[in-house]
Design a binder for this molecule. Structure first.
Ligand code: SF4
Length: 395
């Protein structure tokens, strides 16, 4: 492997690695993920290593600030495969000493040994998908694990040495009550993870849930209903209050962290830092060009085996116009609690934010959706209708 470490690395980037395998598909999931046998998983790891090697030749002069293994369920891979992938990255890229290296994990796919391997590989942050601690809710959304599996995975993660742990919890699930949601949230917070992501269920097209709960859904008699919008909002408000009392700050619409444990990798997305994606269907943004790898496994393997063809695997390549960069700067930046710094907008685009978005900002401030000072930020009401607010920044 060509190692270009130390060749004057100046540009800090994030790296995303997609592992598209899951033990089985959750009923609400529209991510690129599917079950696969051992042979296919190994073939994929080999192809991924080739893509990483080729990517390192192309971007080896960058300094890696964060890595995120997502999916799918990266922990469907063996400890040895995860070690090999991390070695591939470390051989090819220069890393910041304190780089944040996250592994997404699902209960039921980890044990003490695998997590020990992950620590050895260099992962220093783990994100565990709990989603709920209620048996009925987990069954309703098709998760493969129980609450007990989650507690075990959490304990093993701590015992293996993870000092930075995120836990995912979901609101607005079928049959979920405010009380059952809060029970899950509080019991998860009792564990004192450094970070909690609390997302509301979105019914996505192409999922079984869309068939049942979508606009023209065919929910049969006896199937649990989704909580109302009002209940969803209450869950959201209570989440903020409960977690604030326990020392978590909300730094993004759905993300809460103990001070200093905000997810550097995701902040990179919201602040439009460059990132290189590797693997099936992964997205990248480098130098204001966005692209997405093919989602066709056969094609991906074919293009990566033998001599990797980086360009051929990249689909939907889109150089962003300045207007598109501004739009992204606004609708991604507004997700952050600190909002968008006016000075930063000026530094990036060489023009004052007021010249571009003055009228829009004033209108949204009058509607009580934004506040304006050195930063432009969403108000609590603006957060409730954030899709509307973000859309106002599109040209
Ligand atoms: S574990 Fe995650 S990626 Fe896999 S099917 Fe469930 S929600 Fe989707």
């Amino acid at each position: 492997m060509i190692n270009r470490k130390g060749l004057g690395a100046v540009r800090e980037i994030g790296i995303y690695v997609h592992v598209p395998f899951c033990v089985r598909k959750c009923l609400y999931c529209d991510f690129l993920s599917f079950p696969a046998g051992e042979e296919e998983r190994e073939r994929y790891v080999k192809a991924l290593l080739k893509e990483i090697e080729a990517g390192a030749v192309r971007y080896g002069d960058c300094l890696v600030d964060s890595v995120f293994f997502g999916g799918g369920t990266p922990t469907v891979l063996s400890g040895g495969q995860l070690i090999r992938l991390m070695s591939g990255l470390k051989d090819g890229f220069a890393f910041r000493k304190d780089a944040e290296i996250t592994l997404e994990a699902n209960p039921g796919t980890v044990d003490e040994r695998k997590l020990g391997d992950c620590i050895e590989a260099g992962f220093n942050r783990i994100s565990i998908g709990a989603q709920s601690l209620q048996k009925e809710e987990l069954a309703m959304i098709g998760r493969m694990h129980s609450a007990e599996d989650f507690f075990l995975a959490y304990r093993w993660a701590r015992e293996s040495g993870f000092r930075n742990v995120n836990v995912d919890v979901m609101a607005a699930l079928p049959g979920q009550k405010i009380l059952t949601y809060l029970d899950s949230l509080e019991r998860l917070a009792d564990l004192e993870p450094e970070h909690i992501s609390a997302y509301s269920l979105i019914v996505e097209e192409g999922t079984p849930f869309y068939e049942w709960y979508g606009e023209s859904g065919k929910r049969e008699a006896g199937m649990a209903a989704l909580p109302s919008e009002e209940e969803d909002r209450l869950m959201y408000e209570r989440t903020g209050k409960i977690l604030a009392q326990r020392g978590y700050g909300r730094y993004e619409i759905s993300n809460y962290a103990k001070p200093g444990f905000e997810c550097r990798h995701n902040i990179g997305y919201w602040k439009r830092r460059d990132y290189a994606g590797f693997g099936l269907g992964s997205s990248s943004m480098m130098g204001n060009i966005r692209w997405k790898n093919t989602s066709d496994m056969g094609e991906y393997l074919h293009l990566m085996e033998k001599t990797p063809q980086l360009e051929a695997v990249r689909k939907e390549r889109h150089p962003l116009s300045v207007k598109e960069q501004m739009e992204e700067f606004m609708f991604l930046g507004l997700r952050l609690t600190q909002g968008v710094w006016k000075e930063e907008f000026h530094n990036v685009f060489g023009v004052k934010i007021e010249h571009i978005y003055g009228e829009t900002i004033q209108k949204l401030c009058k509607q009580g959706l934004l506040t304006e000072g050195d930063q432009v930020k969403l108000t609590p009401y603006g957060r409730d209708v954030s899709n509307y607010v973000m859309a106002e920044f599109l040209f």
